[in-house]
Write a protein of this length. Sequence first.
Length: 343
Amino acid sequence: MNYAELMKSAKVNMGPLCKVCPICNGIACRGQIPGPGGKGLGLGFIRNYEDLRKITLEMDTLYEDQTVDTSWELFGHQVAYPFFAAPIGGVNLHYGDLYDDLRYSEAIVEGCQSAGILGFTGDGVKDEVYKGAVEAIRSVGGMGIPTIKPWSVPEVIAKGLMAKAAGAIAIAMDIDAAGLSILAAQGKPVSPLSVAQLREINDAVGLPLILKGIMTVAGAQKALDAGASGIVVSNHGGRVLDETTSGIAVLEGIAKAVGDQMTIFVDGGFRTGLDVFKALALGADAVLIGRPYAISVYGDGAEGVALYTEKIGAELKEAMKMTGASCLEEIDRSKVRVCGNKI
């Protein structure tokens, strides 16, 4: 199966809410929740995508030919590319009944592992969702990162220890889900957590902790104070709050402030290997990609995940080749131009 066939298959397999658009920019599905769209007018989702279009690559092919190396090390583990599948939950609600969260996590973890990267898995109201994700990660030697919702501190600690027992290399918490009213409607609300509470969780679990949903330098500093090993610059894909800045717009400032002290991921609107290149140039260590991985799963399961990963990897290699970067460390601010010097 090629990528065009994958998209065609996904269009058949997905529910009516995701239209499997040729350009996944949040416009056709704006405001559709349940569904893949952003909240309200969908401006957060749309802005994530559009702000990436304001960044261009600086082409330079005048150099001695060299091998391009896209590999990267995360918490002592080598991966093939600096991008990963973002955590997604409630897939049967938002994308269609062909997959539930358990089978989706299995496909993500297996497909990512076979392509040499990691999958972040989601969490849900039902305990078996998280347990199933952890078992999927155990089955690939711990090469996955389970994401925990900001539940009560005791529950988060228990879930973190479950991940540790399964050999997971890290845990993540999508603190940008703190405003998800759909969880409260199902009888299990989430809430913001303080620095002290996060530090308690971090100390009790003893795994690298990644906090997803950091959008300010002050927030990044709080994450550092809490002992987090990494952060994801993210506005939750524009799903929780309509009027939010894009992740790419605040990335550079956050990376300059704390990038030498923790691992910086960014999420929101990334669709191509060129987009990944732009994020690395502005200070990210790696990128999370969400909705396109959901489409890949519905298109061809774990094989679709691996196919999409190799597509993005090939695009990243091409961008590096055309800008004179032989390794990820050579992708810096000089390799991109922000149109009008402002995102």
